[in-house]
Design a protein around this ligand. Structure first.
Ligand SMILES: Cc1ncc(CO)c(N)n1
Length: 271
């Protein structure tokens, strides 16, 4: 088949016609294809940039299965529907007290990294210091709560999942680990508890009244705000980070989510 001819204009008895290729070139401009390609690439770049601005949400969508596994664990769902086994709850309480003591040291190491590496335009240090103050309160709370439930904290032996998690925290305390990577893990650790316990406080839930204080501890709005501030710090850091650091931060997030699932699993009696 020959080229299609478009009748464009007739001037008097003279008609001018173009081949379709030529017509397109005249109609859309010679560099049409190249322009379109450029536009597409621009769109792709913009999408990547948008994803990078909120890297955390991009990752949570990408890894939604494990994220839901960590924030909607059967133990949490059993608190939420009121069927929780109190032995499970006490196991969790004792193990978490041990974890939080390691966690305080980890947060101290993140604070040191912030001081060394952050320009602190976002007030990172204040947010972290607020987190440490909350942990001071939390340790006291664990002691009160343990005596309320008859849990002897001095007798608690850390289970394997707990030891593994604490060892992971310790690995992040190394000066080799960048601030961006460590604070990504920090945000994830706090966010899992915030999301889990806030879920137990939603309308229409059956959370037992004597567990409400526990859920409030991490599910209250102030803690939600604090997690949001941490998330903004992380997103700001990741938007500026090099690829290698971004990859390590994503791995750290996945590690946290896996450790959190294993940690909840302990409450079910698994060692
Ligand atoms: C296991 C675990 N993850 C997160 C938190 C939040 O502080 C906690 N107390 N314990």
């Amino acid at each position: 088949m020959g080229p299609t001819f478009y009748f464009i204009k007739s001037i008097g008895t003279h008609s001018i016609s173009f081949s379709s290729k030529l017509y397109k070139q005249v109609r859309f401009g010679r560099s049409n294809n190249r322009e379109q390609r450029k536009e597409k690439m621009q769109a792709k770049k913009t999408r990547e940039e948008v994803e990078k601005i909120n890297m955390i949400d991009t990752w949570l969508k990408k890894h939604s299965l494990i994220y839901v596994g960590a924030t909607r664990h059967p133990f949490i769902l059993s608190i939420r529907d009121g069927t929780v086994n109190l032995t499970s709850f006490k196991t969790w309480l004792g193990q978490d007290y041990i974890f939080v003591r390691a966690f305080v040291s980890f947060v101290a190491s993140v604070l040191i990294k912030a001081w060394k590496e952050s320009d602190d335009s976002g007030g990172d240090m204040e947010v972290l210091l607020g987190g440490m103050a909350a942990l001071n309160d939390e340790i006291q709370w664990f002691k009160n709560e343990a005596s309320k439930w008859g849990v002897q904290l001095s007798d608690i032996v850390p289970q394997k999942a707990n030891k593994d998690y604490c060892r992971f925290l310790e690995s992040l305390m190394s000066s080799e680990v960048k601030y961006t990577v460590a604070i990504t893990a920090f945000w994830a650790i706090e966010a899992v508890y915030q999301q889990s316990f806030a879920h137990c406080l939603e309308d229409g839930t059956n959370t037992p009244s004597d567990l409400q204080v526990t859920c409030q501890r991490w599910g209250n709005d102030g803690f939600g705000q604090y997690c949001h501030s941490l998330k903004q710090i992380v997103n700001r850091r990741l938007a500026k980070a090099l690829d290698d650091e971004i990859k390590k931060a994503e791995v750290a997030l996945l590690d946290v989510l896996e450790h959190e699932v294993e940690f909840w699993n302990m409450s079910d009696g698994g060692a």
